[in-house]
Design a protein around this ligand. Structure first.
Ligand code: NAD
Length: 253
């Protein structure tokens, strides 16, 4: 039996990396898929791949940092599929690295706008719909950097700590309304986000990052997707307000 059969799953940032692995995993579990992402040259290609797994899939062009666009996206999901059963607030960027004293206001606001405000924008509209249904699951893509500091990434670290706070608070507010809300904290995962950063371009930095994980490797998007499916389906029916660390032991040190 498929774990998300006929459930409607909304995933932000579903075109690439972790989000895309979660899209494919959910489609394989029988879910209707709604991807909210920025339009790119690969939009048609990615949608074709998803539809090969499950033809009940739509793309909604949406910048998660824009409140009204996220509201419209959720309305589109509900008008297309009738319900919103699972939401994965995943869209995010790494941001320009710098020490706080050298960080521009623009760099700070950009990361906070997408990685923190984007999650609030999603949760606000997802929860309004799920509260009407008295049913739903939300998963937020936080990070190990939502639990510890990391030099030159204050914007990212602050946003991810905020995402965990939002997750815990929402779990308390909606525990009696049939809605579970959890976060995933991935370690460093091999995705385009990492490939584009100095970790991807500088072998010494890459080795340093690998060495921070006791398992001495970075993770794969598919390993995060397995945790996502667990939190999205009834296997985790008594789990809310928690963080699932999928990090090769990073946070245990
Ligand atoms: P990625 O760059 O491969 O994919 C990110 C996706 O988000 C892309 O499809 C992109 O188009 C989309 N996106 C970016 N800005 C957007 C916006 N304003 N509105 C809508 N969509 C937008 O990145 P990834 O590594 O797969 O990261 C996914 C999530 O996982 C992010 O929240 C990231 O912070 C988190 N994460 C990643 C790692 C890692 O090591 N890769 C570790 C921990 C957490």
């Amino acid at each position: 039996m498929q774990k998300l059969e006929n459930k409607t799953v909304f995933i932000t940032g579903g075109f690439s990396g972790i989000g895309n692995a979660c899209v494919i995993a959910a489609a394989n579990e029988g879910a209707n898929i709604a991807i909210a992402d920025m339009k790119s040259e690969t939009t048609d290609e990615v949608m074709e791949e998803v539809k090969k797994v499950n033809p009940r899939a739509i793309f909604i062009e949406c910048d998660v940092s824009v409140f009204a666009q996220v509201q419209t996206a959720i309305e589109k999901v509900v008008s297309t599929f009738g319900t919103l059963d699972v939401a994965l607030n995943n869209a995010g960027i790494a941001g320009e690295p710098n020490k706080i004293g050298d960080m521009t206001e623009h760099a700070w606001l950009k990361v906070i706008g997408i990685n923190l405000n984007g999650v609030f924008n999603g949760m606000k509209h997802e929860l309004a719909q799920m509260a009407k249904q008295k049913n739903g699951v939300i998963i937020n893509m936080a990070s190990i950097l939502g639990k510890v500091g990391f030099a030159t990434s204050a914007h990212y670290v602050a946003a991810k700590h905020g995402v965990i706070g939002l997750t815990q608070t929402a779990a308390l507010e909606y525990a009696l309304e049939g809605i579970r809300i959890n976060a995933i904290c991935p370690g460093f995962i091999e995705t385009p986000l990492i490939a584009k950063s100095d970790i991807g371009t500088n072998p010494e930095i890459k080795q340093h990052i690998i060495d921070l994980h006791p398992m001495k490797r970075m993770g794969k998007s598919e390993e995060i997707a397995k945790g996502f499916i667990f939190l999205a389906c009834d296997d985790s029916s008594f789990i809310t307000g928690t963080t699932l660390e999928i990090d090769g032991g990073f946070l245990a040190e």
